[in-house]
Design a protein around this ligand. Sequence first.
Ligand code: 3HC
Ligand code: NAI
Length: 688
Amino acid sequence: MTGPVRFEIAEGIAIATIANPPVNALSAALRGALAEAVTRATADPAIRGLVIVAEGRTWIAGADISEFGKPPVAPTLADLIALLDGCPKPVVAAIHAAALGGGLEVAMACTARLIGPAAKLGLPEVKLGLLPGSGGTQRAPRLMGAAPALKLMVQGDPLDAKAAVAAGLADALVEGNLRAAACAHAAKLAGEPLPRPVSQRDEGLGSRDAFEAEAAALAKRAATEPQVAAMIACVRAAFEKPFAEALAEERQAFLDLLQDPRSKALRHVFFAEREAAKIANLPEGTKPRKVERAAVLGAGTMGAGIAMCFANAGIPVRVIETDEAAMKRGLDRIRATYEASVKRGSLTPERRAARMALVEGAVGLDAAGDADIVIEAVFEEMGLKKQVFSTLDKVAKPGAVLASNTSYLDIDEMAAATSRPGDVLGMHFFSPANVMRLLEVVRAKHTAPDALATAAEIGRKLGKVPVVVGVCFGFVGNRMLARRTQQVERLLLEGALPDQVDKALTDFGFRMGPCAMGDLAGLDIGWRIRKATGKRAPVADALVEAGRLGQKTGKGYYLYPEGARAGVPDPDVAALIANVAAQEGVARRAIGQEEILDRLLLPMVNEGARILEEGIAARPGDIDVVWLHGYNWPAWRGGPMHWADARGLKEVFARLTELARQSGDDSLAPAPLLARLVAEDRGFASLR
Ligand code: 3HC
Ligand code: NAI
């Protein structure tokens, strides 16, 4: 047999070896080949049992997600699993690595499951807005009990080998030769009466009360996540209905969820994240440079956080400041952050010590001389940055990657201050740098391919999601954010209040609205930038000038009474805004939530279209990933570009045209790319 499954027979036991790279997803070809193996093993009187093993980094990663939404091809996963369930000979799953989703469903339909120490067993469908759709909601409860099975499905994180055996999901952990052990087990089972298939082991469901208690504890999630509600209903059906009936219900629930826009968005995110990892236009064979030591310039808010990222990843890092006192402050900041993690219980004292031992403080740029990568996080001033890069040019070792963490400034200009622009690029972390996962890797005009590959690889090692972007003011994220910030100011002037603006976004799914966010970060930051660049934002400026800098002064857009965790609306702010509007000659009116949301989000999408057209982002999905990991865009909304596609670009175009007309602001008029896509009846997704 050729194709994704090799079939061989040894001492009366058939062995089906799966080889369907990269992750043994259950594509139509693999399902067909596995079904054929089961049929052949069943039909051949010389075969007494079947073992399913796999090659590669996973056992079976689940259904092939790229086939979802396409017409089903027989045999379906349900067909394959029914074959296994009804197989009159023992079938042993020999699981050496991850068995996820449909992969675990295949394993659970086998007679027995033997696993290796690296096995991981899980049902991650919840993360794709789905539920296990091929018997998982029925077999997992029968193997491990309904309450623990519900928990496994709702959390979506796999169990490691030991936990899987303890939970009853696997029969035994094999430390030695897994394949040989599985063959021996199949031979043993073949000599005994065949155990009942898992589908008939109703006694395994365990306590109904325990299940109902688990379900009740999930009420809040079930109200907002349809897949969680469906999981509860399906497991309940396992108690109340015959297996076949409950299975049919599960199938229907799965098909319904597949159509849900939330699942479509989550599946888009899955692929967008993986695609963003592939750097466009990188010459074949480009190898990242070796990075063994890092240096971070500036031990302020960002520098300290970036240094922690390196220490967390086990890479020695030197934080360099202008004087001893600033250096000590930086190290103290790092120490305090680790200390807080130890107090919270998320870091052991031993780990903290190991991490701290990797961080070293120094004064003066000479100390960057032995680093393979240098990231500057000094003040946001071009003059200073150029000076820093010109000095680095002299002191950094040949081949070191020289990166700037600038939020807005021109990397080409910094590169031009050196004699080695090929080594220079941007690595834009997000605050808090040790927490936020986004890393915009900024490719400048002369950045060498291997320097770019190094930054992306090191980003991944630091646990970040690197997205390659081009040079422009604010790159992808902050450039789009500026459009939203502009609208916040206008909405406030024209009639909205901070809590109305914020509610539009929290109802949409953001954890925080822009006004609450501004209060958290400090309103003086933006104010200082505006003063330096001659820009104004009348409402935000007036707040700062009235001493309302945000949470740190107890008041900003909101009031923060002593001890309160969240801000409360402040009548003084309403009065201040009314005043400013009158001074600016803007008549205030009531603005509905729908208009607020459109005005906050559509200009961002429009800017995203410009960013794509200019090639600043390579793919619409890259922009989505930036927003998901840099700004907490709700994953089930898929990111701004996916959201626009889901809404329909025709409508997006019409609303922007209307907003531009109403406001007289030409920047709101649909970008040429948007106009072209609408004319061609295409979506952003067609640009991939
Ligand atoms: N279907 C299709 N493609 C898949 C896939 C799947 N289930 N899982 C991974 N891939 C692809 C990725 O898109 C990627 O493709 P690319 O190289 O072209 O970008 C490639 O396989 C490698 O994936 P990763 O980069 O993620 O590889 P890792 O080694 O880092 O991770 C993994 C491996 C842990 C298996 C991870 O890929 C993963 O979590 N996969 C999804 C698992 C999952 O959600 N399974 C459930 C699917 S739904 C289901 O089974 C429904 C059923 O109940 C009916
Ligand atoms: P910060 O003011 O907290 O820290 C800057 C540090 O740089 C100070 O400790 C200062 O002493 C030090 N420094 C100044 N000149 C130096 C020199 N020549 N050599 C060594 N150290 C020097 O500033 P922050 O917020 O950490 O920002 C740093 C950079 O990161 C800026 O470019 C900023 O735009 C960018 N950034 C900031 C984010 C934020 O949310 N704060 C987010 C993403 C990027």
